[in-house]
Design a protein around this ligand. Structure first.
Ligand code: SF4
Length: 232
């Protein structure tokens, strides 16, 4: 078993290395692509959430065997490292191991990873997804840990992928402008949307530039923007 792997295709935009800790994810995002990638029944994926078999020990063995060091490793691609309502001790153990071997982590969650902030430093990234679907308390439940990480000197990022609502994107971008070191913006793929991606991408990029936010436009959205430019 090789828990640490190099993502390919669109997943490679998340990072050079990744690790998936759990078998499923309870967050039930309607656009979730993970069951398709894993060839799993959607309901099973969302309801059976367990650490992958021997994930901590297998990670330790791989780190030792392959001398993996000095890498930034993404947590997680086909699950969430902080599945709400579940024991996330395996995530904590994995972070400890990765750092013990001289690696850094790039966390992306829709849960709350603050329990592990004591393990992170200025070479690690803590990130949240804002997809325009949260309101009030639930939104702050995600942005408050981000602010906490930022205040501790941990690098912070926000994945605006997928964008599901233009107005919410603007509101959320303004909300995190002072606590996110980087934002990544991507379109909704494989689902219908009434967003004009060409226009949206242009506006989102201009907004980041005006606000002085370090940003990255995901490839699929960039392609739509380039189609727009070709028509000028
Ligand atoms: S948080 Fe990620 S893995 Fe979990 S259901 Fe949502 S998209 Fe899927």
């Amino acid at each position: 078993m090789k828990p640490i792997y190099k993502p390919s295709g669109a997943a490679a935009e998340y990072g050079d290395y990744a690790i998936n800790i759990y078998t499923g994810c309870p967050h039930r995002c309607y656009y979730c692509f993970a069951p398709t990638v894993l060839r799993k029944d959607r309901e099973t994926f969302h309801s059976v959430v367990e650490p992958r078999a021997n994930i901590v020990e297998e990670t330790r063995k791989q780190l030792e065997r392959e001398h993996i060091t000095g890498k930034t490793i993404h947590l997680c691609f086909t699950c969430d490292p902080y599945p709400t309502g579940y024991d996330t001790t395996p995530t904590r153990e994995i972070i400890k191991l990765l750092k013990q071997y001289g690696n850094h982590v790039q966390i992306l969650t829709k849960g709350d990873g603050s329990r592990d902030f004591d393990l992170l430093d200025g070479d690690d990234w803590y990130g949240i997804t804002l997809d325009g679907m949260l309101r009030n308390i639930r939104l702050f439940g995600r942005t408050n840990p981000l602010a906490d990480a930022h205040s501790r000197g941990i690098k912070t990022w926000v994945s605006f992928e997928p964008v599901t609502h233009e107005g919410m994107f603007v509101m959320e971008l303004l909300l995190v402008r002072d606590i996110a070191d980087k934002v990544k913006i991507g379109k909704l793929n494989y689902h219908p949307s009434n967003i004009d991606w060409k226009t949206f991408g242009r506006k989102a990029e201009a907004m980041c530039q005006v606000l002085g936010i370090d940003y990255y436009i995901k490839d699929s959205l960039r392609r739509e923007m380039e189609k727009w430019a070709e028509r000028l």
